[in-house]
Design a protein around this ligand. Structure first.
Ligand SMILES: NC(=O)c1ccc[n+]([C@@H]2O[C@H](COP(=O)([O-])OP(=O)(O)OC[C@H]3O[C@@H](n4cnc5c(N)ncnc54)[C@H](OP(=O)(O)O)[C@@H]3O)[C@@H](O)[C@H]2O)c1
Length: 275
């Protein structure tokens, strides 16, 4: 099976992709090749993951046409000055063995970044054909709104942590209003959703797993894409199959009542999330 596609005026992206952090080397290559063989068509990597060569080798080994695979990479927050951003994107493409990425994101905002200059450099990646689409990651709502309002780069996607225990309506509705795809990272809460009795009960009801319920909940939201990581073929298959799971109103209401403020990824360089 393959995942359904989200189509917006700025991007056409499979709604379920494979996260690749922290896999490297042979593990990353095998995970990518195996995932593509079972129907994944969207891969998420980043310069910082140190696995772009392996991801590229997995794509090459799959025998798929370039146009059949959606590839995202990211530029680290220390490289956001225009020349550095350009050099980072070019180096990523070289490591991936690709002429273009489908999506290039600013991985994290930097506190001292010159936002218009960074957005200008991002827009040029698209104009010059290095990226089909561009976007940002880990931008809080206020900063995203500011970036969109500047109108310098056509922001096609925002990648942020989002799952049944972390969700911001403000951010989601901002994305919908501006046709920004919301790509949910850590969508299974790093595999921890099975600890929750509510999630386990919903899973039993659908003869599914709690992780599948968590992914189905994200895919039930308009404009949302999820990129679960798994190194295991069995769990990759389980995650991809979640795209076919339909939750009912009762399930959605029960999940809505779970706490929505449990952030798992919060490094010391993270922005003020309330900004
Ligand atoms: N933009 C950013 O700043 C940012 C930050 C973090 C992550 N990301 C991206 O998002 C991707 C996903 O996020 P994540 O890896 O942090 O979290 P995640 O995908 O929610 O969780 C991955 C963990 O869950 C386990 N898992 C996966 N499927 C499972 C299943 N069906 N049942 C039980 N356990 C399962 C995996 O173990 P196994 O491998 O053993 O299955 C792994 O330990 C990353 O790989 C990366 O590409 C981006």
């Amino acid at each position: 099976m393959t995942a359904p596609i989200l189509e917006t005026p700025r991007i056409r992206i499979p709604r379920l992709g494979l996260g690749t952090w922290p896999m490297r080397g042979a593990e990353a290559q095998q995970a990518v090749e195996g995932a593509l063989a079972m129907g994944y068509r969207h891969l998420d990597t980043a310069a910082m993951y140190g696995n772009e060569e392996a991801v590229g080798a997995g794509i090459a080994g799959s025998g798929l046409r370039r146009s059949d695979v959606f590839v995202t990479t990211k530029v680290w927050w220390t490289e956001l000055a225009p020349d550095a951003l350009r050099a980072s994107a070019e180096a990523s493409l070289k490591r991936l063995g690709l002429r273009h990425a489908d999506l290039i994101l600013v991985h994290w905002p930097a506190r001292d970044m010159d936002l218009p200059a960074t957005l200008g450099a991002l827009a040029r990646l698209r104009q010059d054909g290095l990226a089909r689409a561009v976007g940002v990651s880990n931008f809080p709502a206020g900063l995203l709104e500011h970036a969109v309002a500047l109108g310098i780069a056509p922001i096609a996607a925002l990648q942020v942590e989002a799952h049944v225990n972390l969700w911001q309506d403000r951010l989601a509705s901002l994305c919908r209003r501006h046709d920004v795809a919301l790509i949910a990272y850590a969508p299974t809460a790093k595999g921890q959703v099975g600890d929750d009795p509510v999630m386990r009960a919903i899973a039993v009801k659908h003869a599914a797993t709690p992780v599948q319920v968590a992914l189905a909940w994200l895919l039930a939201q308009d404009g949302v894409v999820a990129i679960p990581k798994s190194a295991s073929p069995q769990r990759q298959r389980e995650n991809l199959a979640a795209a076919a799971l339909r939750l009912d109103g009762e399930d959605i209401a029960a999940i809505a009542r779970l706490p929505k403020d449990r952030r798992l990824v919060n490094p010391d360089f993270a922005p003020d999330w309330a900004a």
